[in-house]
Write a new protein. Structure first.
Lengths: 97, 480
């Protein structure tokens, strides 16, 4: 494997993704990430000089909606997915912004 | 000797666009609905839901870009900004990093010394707003309302070109004016449809390098912005003078305490891991589309000012006030179209309207009376059907409830008494009841005239025309 993921990197990625990994899981994740990066590295073998970067593989542009209200009040259905609700709102741990 | 410092300020201004629906779904953007009644799977981040871009958002953003002398990125895209926060249901915000819709613009402001200065605009990008967190006072939790989640925003990023709080205010006023003229947003700071984050650093005068900057958030009024800037400037100067370092951080302004404090640094530095948004296709803005948007741009303030001077022959002072706000200019034009008399219309708007706005703690944007009723009121005063004092009272009712002044005056018996015989009778009575005043007037103390006019108005319950009362009084006292 050409790409070696360090302990610091896996720790950092874990924090960003809000994942708590056991030592075993960390080792496995390091291996997985390394092989993913190896796979991506393959692309670097291609000469892409003069090729415009793209974000989409389909030749489709300008897919729009008109500015017309199409959705009504569907609160009950939306809140059916909430682990906890109160006064028509989703309940989350106390958060200050 | 103390050193001289200068501030370097750049702004990030978020503006909520005036679309009827959200940026990526057909939910209403109406303000003030019950929590989560304007939500759907898209704006609550349900797995499997897909965004579809609201065309009007692209139109508004382009219009603002053109009005602020930006170059339009004719090939633009959305990107994903990844972060966790309870008001952000997808755990990412759809925004623009690599190809923002507008770049390299600028607006001209007037500086305190009357000069002109251009404030550069680095870019304008489109993005979605987050939901709202309400803190549950009774429990150990917060409540999330996603009605605002997905409301379209543009973020206008300035260059670090401002050097004082006054320049910041002038720049914001200019942006607000331009955007209101376009109808792209109502730009209310107190309701959050316009929000400014202030990036500020301090350096010794003459230096060319920037100092370490901080970003101050939660500024809900021009006053708060002014205070926060002064406060942050002094805080940074104190640190530098004490030989300490300014820390690059985001601070939250508390306008009640007039103090800012660092916001809890989100775990680790900001690492948003932006990547191109795979759920949305690129946007191509053709030359024709740009021309079409250009052709629909309204008459802006500068053009209006020239036209008002020519067409309405108004003093510069009036033009300055009336055109400062599109809403006011619209009411002015609509009223003049009905009753002519531009100067009279201007007076009602500049004096009484402004007074009532202040008195009622409102914003010019909140004006809700119809031009028809103001025009009727002006006609009533022109024909002397009501006097000035009554007109002011009636106007307050028009301002508050948009009443029909003709009907109101009739119902409440406020018509001015222009019947000379009736007036004369009352004045004769007043003269007879106040011999002392008459004596004073005959002795040359003309001040007593005012008292007699006042007494007459009182008798007439304010419905006489003071000019006529004065004239008849003089006649009866043989002063003419």
């Amino acid at each position: 494997m050409a790409n070696i993921i360090s302990d610091e990197t896996i720790e950092y990625v874990g924090i960003l993704a809000k994942l708590e990994l056991s030592d075993e899981e960390k080792e496995q994740a390091k291996k997985d990430m390394g092989s993913m990066l190896d796979y991506i590295d393959k692309l670097n073998e291609l000469d892409t000089t003069g090729v415009e970067p793209m974000s989409h593989v389909f030749p489709v542009n300008n897919v729009f909606r008109e500015d017309v209200v199409t959705n009504g009040d569907d609160r009950d259905n939306i809140l059916a997915n909430a682990p906890e609700e109160k006064d028509g709102a989703f309940v989350v741990p106390k958060t200050f912004d | 000797m103390s050193k001289e410092y200068e501030m370097v300020i750049g702004l990030e201004v978020h503006v909520e666009l005036a679309t009827k629906t959200k940026i990526f779904c057909g939910c209403s953007t109406a303000f003030g609905g019950a929590p989560n009644t304007h939500t759907c799977p898209v704006c609550t981040g349900m797995p499997g839901s897909l965004p579809v871009l609201n065309k009007q958002v692209v139109e508004y953003a382009t219009a603002v870009g053109l009005a602020t002398n930006c170059t339009i990125n004719q090939n633009c895209k959305f990107d994903r900004k990844n972060y966790f926060y309870p008001d952000n249901p997808q755990n990412y915000q759809i925004s623009q990093l690599y190809y923002p819709i507008c770049v390299n613009g600028g607006v001209e402001i007037e500086t305190a010394d009357g000069g002109k200065k251009t404030i550069g605009i680095h870019e304008i990008h489109m993005e979605e707003d987050a939901g709202k967190l309400v803190h549950d006072e009774w429990g150990d939790s917060s409540l999330v309302d996603f009605n605002r989640s997905g409301v379209p925003l543009i973020e206008i990023v300035s260059e670090p070109d401002m050097r004082s709080a006054d320049e910041v205010i002038a720049y914001l006023e200019k942006l607000r004016q331009t955007i209101q003229y376009l109808g792209a947003s109502d730009c209310k700071l107190n309701e959050g449809s316009m929000r400014a984050d202030v990036n500020l650093s301090i350096r010794e005068k003459g230096q060319t390098e920037f100092g370490t900057r901080t970003e101050t958030k939660n500024l809900n009024s021009f006053k708060a912005i002014q205070r926060a800037i002064e406060n942050e400037k002094n805080r940074q100067i104190d640190l530098i003078e004490a030989g300490e370092k300014v820390v690059q951080e985001t601070r939250r302004w508390d306008d009640n305490k007039e103090y800012s404090y660092p916001m809890r640094s989100k775990e680790d530095a900001q690492d948003y891991r932006y990547f191109p948004e795979p759920d949305l296709v690129p946007i191509l803005i053709s030359d024709e589309w740009i021309e079409d948007i250009k052709s629909r741009q309204p008459e802006f303030r500068e053009e209006k000012m020239v036209r008002y001077a020519e067409e309405f022959d108004l003093p510069e002072y009036d033009i300055d006030i009336i055109t400062a706000n599109k809403k006011l200019a619209d009411i002015f034009e609509a009223t003049v179209a009905i009753c002519g008399n531009p100067k009279k219309v201007s007076n009602w708007l500049m004096v009484e309207t402004m007074f009532l706005i202040k008195d009622r703690g409102m914003d010019v944007e909140d004006i809700s009376f119809s031009p028809e009723n103001l025009a009727k009121l002006i006609e009533l005063t022109q024909s002397k059907a009501i006097n000035g004092k009554v007109a002011k009272e009636v106007f307050a009712r028009i301002f508050d409830e948009d009443i029909d002044p003709e009907a109101y005056v009739k119902e409440n018996g406020l018509m001015a008494v222009n019947d000379e015989g009736e007036l004369k009778a009352v004045i004769e009575k007043v003269i007879a009841a106040n011999p002392k005043s008459v004596e004073d007037i005959n002795a040359g103390k003309l001040k007593a005239m005012g008292f007699l006019v006042g007494q007459t108005m009182k008798e007439m319950k304010g419905k006489a025309d003071p000019g006529s009362v004065n004239a008849i009084l003089k006649e009866l006292l043989g002063l003419e």
